[in-house]
Design a protein around this ligand. Structure first.
Ligand code: ADP
Ligand code: ADP
Length: 231
């Protein structure tokens, strides 16, 4: 039971006439250290799936197991790292304080977990020179890298990312992708990565989950067998 097992997840929103099924019996497995991207048209349930796997939203039926634990247990153990669509850094705190925030606000949470040094993490993401700066003094790409670094603080077993590069221009996206790939190659985590970019999914993933809409379901799972580009 190592890895992430999404088993028969269904979810609807609304009630009565307006009740709509957003996820219809979605099942998928992310093996340990595997990078899985989810692509599909807008509204097919990608974010909803991610929220269910993160434990932020409940499913109507089915279950998610993370290394043999329920999502609730895994979340309590800080085993789930989440990178939101927008970097969500606190503007009045330095980059270092932002990345240290998970530790600051969860003083007991380091018990039994391997904490990563926020400074080290920022250095690995090429932000060593920026740790004392404030978010507004950094480019969008740098801010997003800081948000990714923050998700690694508790050394999570799975990393969930919801279109983390969608706000960046194409040049910047390319650079951030490569930075993420580089870091991930030396810090193999199970990753569930939502994107609407096919090239991005191909560059980053071991497998691509193609979703279809109305209701959201898995249409196809594609193994990517390409040599990974090197930075
Ligand atoms: P995607 O990320 O693929 O664009 P979402 O998971 O955001 O898709 O949304 C899937 C569908 O569910 C959409 O039709 C959206 O409007 C609807 N939806 C998402 N969240 C909610 C919610 N909290 N309440 C009602 N409808 C929702
Ligand atoms: P839950 O955990 O209750 O299943 P979410 O956490 O996904 O729901 O969403 C919380 C709230 O956000 C919903 O109650 C809804 O009001 C609102 N919401 C988010 N996305 C949408 C959407 N696409 N359409 C309608 N409402 C939405």
């Amino acid at each position: 039971d190592v890895g992430v097992h999404v088993e028969n997840i269904s979810k609807s929103y609304g009630a009565g006439e307006s009740r709509t099924t957003v996820l219809d019996k979605v099942s998928l497995t992310i093996r340990k250290g595997e990078f899985v991207s989810v692509i599909g048209p807008s509204g097919c349930g990608k974010s909803t799936l991610l929220k269910v796997v993160a434990g932020l939203s409940g499913a109507d039926s089915g279950r998610v197991m993370i290394n043999g634990k329920t999502v609730r247990e895994a979340a309590k153990d800080k085993a789930i790292g989440l990178v939101p669509q927008a970097p969500a850094l606190l503007p009045w705190r330095t980059i270092l304080d932002n990345v240290s925030l998970p530790i600051t606000v969860n003083p007991g949470a380091n018990r039994g977990r391997n904490l990563r040094d926020p400074k080290e993490l920022l250095r690995s993401f090429g932000l060593g020179h920026a740790i004392e700066r404030y978010p507004a003094q950094l480019s969008g790409g740098m801010q997003q890298r800081a948000a990714i670094a923050r998700a690694f603080v508790f050394d999570p077993e799975i990393l969930l990312m919801d279109e983390p590069f969608s706000a960046l221009d194409e040049m910047n996206r390319d650079q951030q992708r490569m930075g993420l790939l580089d870091f991930w190659q030396s810090n193999r985590k199970s990753v569930l990565f939502v994107t609407h970019s096919v090239p991005e999914a191909i560059i980053l993933s071991d497998r691509i989950v193609l979703m279809a809409a109305h209701p959201g379901r898995i249409a196809e799972i594609i193994d990517v067998d390409l040599p990974r580009p090197r930075n």
